[in-house]
Design a protein around this ligand. Structure first.
Ligand code: SF4
Length: 369
């Protein structure tokens, strides 16, 4: 029988559980405090009597996720977690210590149904949506890591939070399409704001372009950030690498995105993975990263309040693409800049720990088969 997960209990349920275990009521509050700090086990709950900790260890589980693997980049800036859910499904989350604060990239689904041709997360299909608790628990894993972190004493964060040991930013950009799980994502964001004090403007939802989902965010009305995984500036090219474009065309996606950003007076984030291909001689040729596509992207975004994040492709063995050269990446960026488009090249983080999204989960699944 699977053990009950105490984090999933309401306060009243947790109190009942504690009383039925023969403990005074105030233990429920103590346990809740530890859970909200991300305690991975009962042994960590130092103000509980040892006998209770041992009993709880036999009868219950703390969080709805368990760490299967933790990888730390050599520079100490990036920690990647492979996490297991109660039913054996696995997800990834990534903690990034940056100059502006501690950012966590969370997954919203186990797997993904969207089928983007460059992505590892979709190779095993969609397994299921995550609950709001399962998304929240990823933040708590990161929070626990930060509090016990040998890297958190670094005197960085010139523009960021006074407290180096707190999660300050959330990006919902890990495995899965958040707007295929919109209500649980909204529930999670509300709680991250209320329970952890993370401001709306420090939370970003990234979508491949689910128009009804963007409309739902508009109706919800919270001034979070929106990112569009664009990756191609024309319908013809986009439909080849992102099947969702056959359902929601570029113009519909961009219209919905501008409606969202106009409402909140926010800058739209555009994610653009720069892809190459190998030709018959084994040479890398540009795919969506040609100067022509840079011009078309500039036309699409002309005069709009947006920031284009250029992401040189991170190799995924199972995918038939190649990374463009540094020169090609800079040439693409230069064209955007010349055309007045705000852009930056996303710094590759944690390349020594395999940072392509979904790669860790995929590699682990392959080992188990
Ligand atoms: S890029 Fe995002 S939406 Fe596309 S398959 Fe990967 S996880 Fe899904």
């Amino acid at each position: 029988m699977t053990k009950p997960i105490l984090f999933n209990f309401t306060d009243a349920e947790l109190t009942d559980f504690v009383i039925q275990s023969g403990q005074p009521k105030f233990r429920a509050k103590q346990i809740r405090e530890w859970l909200m700090r991300g305690a991975p086990d009962f042994a960590s709950m130092k103000n509980l009597p040892e006998i209770l900790r041992n009993d709880l260890d036999k009868s219950a589980q703390t969080l709805p996720v368990k760490i299967v693997k933790k990888l730390q980049s050599a520079d100490g800036e990036t920690t990647k977690f492979l996490l297991e859910l109660f039913d054996g499904e696995q997800i990834e989350c990534v903690l990034m210590r940056t100059t502006y604060g501690n950012s966590v990239c969370v997954s919203s689904q186990a797997g993904c149904a969207m089928g983007c041709k460059f992505c590892a997360s979709t190779l095993l299909g969609l397994k299921r949506n995550l609950t709001a608790n399962e998304i929240f628990a990823q933040i708590l894993v990161a929070q626990w890591e930060l509090r016990s972190d040998k890297f958190s004493d670094k005197p960085i964060r010139p523009n960021g939070d006074a407290n180096n040991n707190d999660v300050s930013h959330i990006v919902i950009m890990g495995t899965g399409e958040p707007l295929q799980n919109t209500e649980n994502v909204i529930d999670f964001i509300e709680r991250a704001n209320q329970d952890m004090g993370i401001g709306w403007r420090r939370i970003t939802v990234s979508t491949c372009g689910i128009v009804p989902g963007i409309d739902r965010l508009i109706e919800w009305g919270r001034p979070i950030n929106l990112a569009i995984s664009l990756h191609a500036p024309t319908d013809e090219l986009r439909s080849k690498i992102m099947p969702i474009n056959n359902k929601y065309k570029l113009s519909e996606v961009m219209d919905a995105a501008w409606r969202f950003t106009d409402l909140h007076n926010r800058q739209l984030m555009i994610e653009y993975i720069l892809l190459g291909k190998k030709d018959e001689n084994g040479e890398t040729v540009l795919y969506n990263a040609t100067p022509e596509y840079a011009e078309k992207l500039s036309e699409l975004l002309d005069g709009k309040n947006c920031m284009v994040n250029l992401i040189p492709w991170n190799a995924v063995d199972e995918r038939d693409f190649a990374s463009p050269s540094g020169n090609a990446v800079h040439r693409f960026q230069d064209i955007l800049i010349k055309n007045g488009i705000h852009t930056r090249i996303r710094r590759e983080r944690g390349t020594d720990i395999g940072s392509a999204c979904g790669q860790l989960r995929l590699n682990n699944a392959k080992k188990q088969n």
